[in-house]
Design a protein around this ligand. Structure first.
Ligand SMILES: [Zn+2]
Length: 198
């Protein structure tokens, strides 16, 4: 029997992606043993996240300011827009330093199974950005999953009326592959070899 404090923390951690109850319990024990050394830094980092992080109203990135550092950076090419499912994908692509344009975070992917519809994603905002003009290329950087590809096709269709070049990551991406998990080399190659959506 563990104390209610430990149970509450374990349950909170168990909700994190990739952690189940077992790993959560191990993490809690680890933290308890390092109450003096590791816990203050973790608490500080968590409260900083709560206090200072916001969602960029333009692209959906998470940063300390809105517009985010990427949207506000004048060296970024405003004519090139890369559409990703999640913020983690944006970060993964941006770590590769190969894409010099700006981003648009959808906030997920279309899924009949999970009931995710176009209006649940930021597709309307994406169309508005393209409609506003000044964008020449839209790179659809969806995951190489069935749902990711369905989403890419749907967006490509919706973008058809606009005078933009639509490209897609080349799928040297492993089938079922999620961007966030790829090494930078694979990701860089997929971005370099992007192709028109057909
Ligand atoms: Zn932004």
């Amino acid at each position: 029997m563990s104390s209610p404090e430990i149970e509450t923390l374990t349950q909170a951690l168990a909700r994190l992606p990739g952690l189940g109850p077992r790993s959560a319990r191990r993490a809690v024990l680890w933290l308890i043993k390092r109450r003096e050394s590791a816990l203050p830094a973790l608490l500080e980092a968590l409260s900083r996240v709560q206090e200072s992080l916001v969602e960029c109203t333009i692209c959906g990135n998470v940063d300390t300011a809105s517009p985010c550092a990427i949207c506000a950076d004048p060296r970024r090419d405003p004519r090139s827009l890369c559409v990703v499912e999640d913020v983690a994908d944006l970060w993964a692509l941006d770590r590769s330093h190969l894409f010099a344009g700006r981003y648009h975070v959808l906030g997920g992917r279309l899924s009949a199974l999970e009931g995710v519809r176009p209006e649940d994603l930021t597709i309307a905002a994406l169309l508005a950005r393209v409609e506003a003009g000044g964008i020449d290329e839209v790179v659809l950087a969806m995951n190489a999953t069935l749902e990711g590809q369905t989403t890419a096709h749907y967006i490509a269709e919706r973008l058809e009326p606009f005078p933009v070049h639509i490209t897609q990551l080349a799928h040297g991406l492993p089938v079922g592959g999620e961007l966030d998990y790829l090494d930078e080399g694979t990701l860089a190659q997929a971005l370099r070899a992007r192709r028109p959506v057909g």
